[in-house]
Write a protein that binds this ligand. Sequence first.
Ligand SMILES: [Zn+2]
Ligand SMILES: [Zn+2]
Length: 232
Amino acid sequence: MKALDVLSAALFPPRCAFCGEFVLREENMLCRRCAAEIEWIDSACHLCGKSVEDCTCSGRKNEYSGVVGAFYYRGIGKRSVLRLKSKPSVAKRLGYDVAGCVRAHYSDISFDFVTSVPMWRRTQRQKGFNHSEELARRTAENLSLPYFSVLEKIYKTEIQHKLSYSQRNGNVKGVFSVSDELRVRGSTILLIDDVKTTGATLNECALMLNLSGAKAVYAATAAVAYEDKNRE
Ligand SMILES: [Zn+2]
Ligand SMILES: [Zn+2]
């Protein structure tokens, strides 16, 4: 270990990404209690991201060619996503989990690059970082893929989870635009967000990427909402 690493390990001992408790370095930011509690999604329905056993989707086609998530957005899984919003370091562990999920479900797809759902520029400036971008960058690192920011959010929207299902689709219509068309054209893209609830945001981002000539867009998130869409 380099001197600087030793110093930072002493000053900032690793914590569990899910509950915040101190963990050993070799535990890779996941304590034993959380490891037993997380509701991992193993056999994913690529249309809704839930496990095949839990899938109740009608097979509705999306703009994205598939969506997968590492675990359900409830309990300790939800807690980790909420922690990610204020602590970019949590992305280190969640990016590892998303990458594992991508390897498991999209093994036959060769991605050109990874991108993320953007945040409105002013919100990002105030916050200091975009947690979805942090997650996407860490996921890309784990998959040895490049990360490019190719989308931008051109309007501020109401926070999605405060809206009903029907309001959500309208809320994100036309709020994203592609900022790097050249990069997008002909590319197979891995689109990352922290959580998939109704899928409206991922769908709208994928639509814009498709309109700019993306070859295919596959989505992956850390968490997938378990509840039925009108009760999320
Ligand atoms: Zn924990
Ligand atoms: Zn499904």
